[in-house]
Ligand binder design. Structure first.
Ligand SMILES: [Zn+2]
Length: 351
């Protein structure tokens, strides 16, 4: 081998090692940050939210169904072909199926395109309560002061439709690093984890709302009904105990897509425990009962994911400073979200 070729090969090896080191460092930083935000229910609920980082033509993105809180305990990231996604986005193909690399068995998040279309190295998407509490109001004014350039995207079904809407908006505001998604959450892009964290911390500080004070339990009991268990979360119980929150949930149940997907398109309100048990006897598969003035009860195994969604819903309602109506998902948006045909939707709503 010629001496020059040997030197070039060594240099190339060094460059590759440097890139691998940078890659490992980035993975460790993103994982640590994800694990931190993932354990805060005001930032992440269950498997909600996702994160990504880009390295050359590869993007590492959270796998579908995995929990950010688990980022340091288990492998939640899947490498995908970024060049392939960028080519599809440039061609307007939002239905593109991401190509997982390195034979990963994990399936990339359904929000993968949302990460690929952001130009920044590190991207975080969260259903953060303090921000969501504003995103469900019809009079969203934006953060003051804004920690970075931001833009607003109207509600679209998560996946291809939402990605298409974000691409269109970023064409008008390519400098945006914060994207507010109506009734859904926030996307933040930064050069590194530190920048994303600084932006998020500023947003949370300037958009924070003091939750309403809790109402004392009335002492009414429904747990004597054999099939029911009270949810052991004081916030969730407020949905039944606080008349203002209860009034809201009857009209404004469909605030966020994850909430609807996990908890259904209608609030499970029952006049008393007997009517809930009677509904079950009639073949109703409902597992949740919100009983006005009494409490919130579940039948059987309700699960951590549903409980997290219900708590998030309470956290959003408790942060509404007035009785002004909130923006809810419309019947066509619900039908699209739940893949319901119009007839099934009509029947369900008529119940
Ligand atoms: Zn989301």
């Amino acid at each position: 081998m010629r001496p020059g070729a040997q030197a070039a090969r060594t240099a190339r090896g060094g460059a590759l090692n440097a890139r691998d080191d940078k890659q490992d460092g980035l993975r460790a930083e993103v994982s640590a940050y994800c694990a931190r935000v993932g354990t805060d229910p005001l930032l992440v609920q269950g498997a909600g939210g996702n994160a990504s980082w880009k390295n050359g033509d590869t993007m590492w993105v959270k796998a579908s169904g995995t929990w950010l809180a688990e980022a340091q305990r288990t492998n939640i990231f899947v490498p995908v072909d970024l060049a392939h996604l960028r080519a599809a986005i440039a061609a307007g193909d939002m239905e593109v199926v991401p190509r997982a690399l390195a034979g990963s068995a994990l399936r990339p998040s359904i929000e993968t395109l949302m990460h690929a279309l952001m130009p920044q190295t590190v991207v975080m998407h969260l259903h953060a309560v303090e921000i969501l509490a504003h995103l469900v109001r019809p009079d969203f004014a934006g953060p003051a002061p804004a920690p970075a350039p931001w833009c607003w995207v109207d509600y679209h079904k998560p996946g291809a439709a939402l990605a298409g809407a974000i691409v269109a908006r970023l064409r008008e505001q390519p400098e945006a690093q914060i994207i507010f998604l109506q009734n859904h959450g926030v996307v933040i892009g930064g050069a590194d984890v530190g920048e994303v964290e600084t932006i998020l911390t500023s947003l949370l500080a300037c958009m924070r709302t003091e939750p309403v004070a809790p109402v004392a339990p009335t002492g009414a009991e429904a747990s004597t009904m054999a099939k029911l268990t009270a949810i052991s979360d004081e916030g969730i119980q407020q949905l039944a105990l606080d008349p203002r929150l209860y009034k809201r949930l009857r009209k404004e149940w469909t605030l966020c897509p994850d909430h609807v997907v996990f908890l259904g398109a209608e609030a499970a309100c029952y006049a008393d425990a007997e009517s809930f048990v009677a509904a079950q006897t009639m073949g109703d598969e409902a597992r949740l009962a919100i009983i006005a003035g009494v409490g919130v009860y579940v039948a059987g195994d309700f699960g951590a994911a549903r409980t997290a969604q219900l708590r998030c819903y309470y956290d959003i309602l408790a942060r509404q400073p007035s009785d002004a109506p909130l923006t809810t998902l419309t019947p066509p948006q619900l039908a699209e979200l739940l893949d319901w045909d119009a007839e099934r939707y009509r029947l369900a709503m008529a119940r």
